[in-house]
Design a protein around this ligand. Structure first.
Ligand code: SIN
Ligand code: MN
Length: 252
């Protein structure tokens, strides 16, 4: 699947695009059926919430389950990424499900992903793409991601490492930096049924509130990065930034 010209233009302008209906309900059911076993595992790849034992994010999934090994090669994810980056040599940087469980799923502070990729892993340029699949219906109630359109245009904003607010250390962006960008671009909160795909780039500012609702908000996330832009430092474990720089080949 390749983005149409108007979709590509919309993505380049706003820095984020939502594409409903890309994966079927049956496909999403097959994905979510794998999660209870994976979430039950006690392993470093499963980060649990700070204030409960609930899984916040489960990483390295393509190395832990053969369905995810196929999913990371799905042309509906790989082909648009290759098209946007105009590069066929992309490696699998990170593969996860963010669980945002009903009642207990905690926030993700304002951030953009390149801050972590650059500070923690020595990634040179903000080229990586984050490709999401909604695994539950995402509504205004269950902790949706919130984006600031056009925030990708200004280059990397100042950040600070937050190791206390949640269980996952994050290079975050301060309110005084968020404020003028939101005044200019507004806020965009993509909602939609399971199977919706979201694509955004490495300097796109985003966050998500806690999930106070009785409904889970599980999202699959694949980060692809050009091999030419691969990590240069290796402090984080493989599941946070994979070290196999073999270009991913889309399945037929
Ligand atoms: C992220 O920013 O990578 C995750 C946000 C979320 O799952 O709500
Ligand atoms: Mn992020």
């Amino acid at each position: 699947m390749i983005l149409a010209a108007d979709q590509l233009a919309a993505f380049r302008s706003a820095g984020v695009i939502a594409i409903p209906g890309l994966f079927s309900a049956d496909e999403v059911d097959a994905i979510t059926a794998r999660l209870p076993r994976l979430f039950d595992e006690r392993c470093p790849e499963n980060f649990r919430e700070r204030s409960s034992d609930v899984v916040r994010t489960a990483m390295g999934l393509h190395l832990r389950d053969e369905l995810f090994a196929r999913l990371v090669r799905d042309p509906r994810l790989v082909a648009p990424a290759q098209q946007i980056l105009d590069d066929d040599r992309l490696y699998i940087q990170q593969v996860k499900v963010n669980a945002k469980e009903a009642f207990t799923g905690e926030q993700w502070q304002w951030h953009y992903d390149f801050a972590t990729h650059h500070h923690e892993d020595g990634v040179p340029e903000p080229l990586a793409l984050n490709l999401h699949i909604f695994l539950d219906e995402v509504t205004e109630f269950n902790g949706p991601l919130i984006f600031i359109p056009e925030s990708h245009r200004d280059g990397p904003a100042p950040t600070a490492l937050d190791t206390t607010t949640t269980s996952y250390p994050l290079w975050t962006v301060a309110p005084e930096v968020v404020q003028p960008l939101a005044a200019r671009g507004g806020l965009y909160c993509p909602k939609g049924p399971p199977g919706t795909v979201l694509i955004f780039g490495d300097t796109m500012l985003h966050s998500s509130p806690p999930n106070m609702s009785p409904w889970d908000r599980r999202i699959f996330s694949l980060i692809l990065n050009p091999v030419r832009n691969r990590q240069t430092t290796f402090a984080r474990p493989d599941h946070q930034h994979h070290r196999d720089f073999t270009p991913v080949q889309a399945l037929a």
